[in-house]
Design a protein around this ligand. Structure first.
Ligand code: SF4
Length: 168
């Protein structure tokens, strides 16, 4: 049975920068919990970041891949440089995914860690850019299929296709 790495805030844990969660209401979530498929992590908290914390964005219109390559920083709205924490967060998420055998991840979009369809451009003005957060970039580099919360139907279809093939 395929395990799925999932953003803790999507599971209703109040771990976002503002102390809130962003639970995803979908019948598949309840089914996956019952099946024991889900491996929940907040990458940023796993790296020791507090709740609440200042909002952070990838600087300069860059993406998670640029942060991993050492070519971009992650900065807080207050000016703090949290690049190292975000890289550690990504490494922690990949370590958990590897230890638990997750080949797929369901992560909330827009986050500088967990985003996969878009991230914000570093100006803290609400402007979006297509791209991956830091955790998503590292997971993808490791071959893990990352789906955003908006793409849960595509993940369901992928799991069904895989399990039809393997008989799992
Ligand atoms: Fe949610 Fe990911 Fe941000 Fe943690 S790092 S609060 S799981 S989006």
């Amino acid at each position: 049975m395929e395990k799925i790495l999932v953003s803790a805030c999507l599971m209703g844990h109040p771990v976002r920068y503002d102390g809130q969660s962003k639970p995803l209401a979908h019948p598949a979530i309840a089914r996956w919990i019952e099946e024991g498929r889900l491996v929940t992590i907040c990458p940023e908290m796993s790296a020791g970041m507090p709740v609440p914390r200042p909002p952070a964005e990838i600087d300069g219109g860059a993406a998670g891949e640029d942060v991993l390559a050492g070519n971009a920083r992650v900065v807080e709205i207050t000016g703090g440089n949290v690049t190292d924490e975000f890289r550690q967060a990504a490494e922690n998420a990949l370590a958990i995914a590897t230890q638990t055998g997750c080949r797929y991840a369901l992560l909330i979009d827009g986050s500088p860690s967990c985003g996969s369809g878009f991230v914000y451009d570093g100006t803290f003005s609400g402007h979006r850019l297509a791209g991956n957060g830091v955790t998503t970039a590292l997971l993808k580099q490791a071959g893990i299929g990352v789906y955003s919360d908006r793409d849960i139907e595509a993940l369901i279809a992928r799991l069904a296709a895989d399990e039809a093939t393997t008989g799992d």
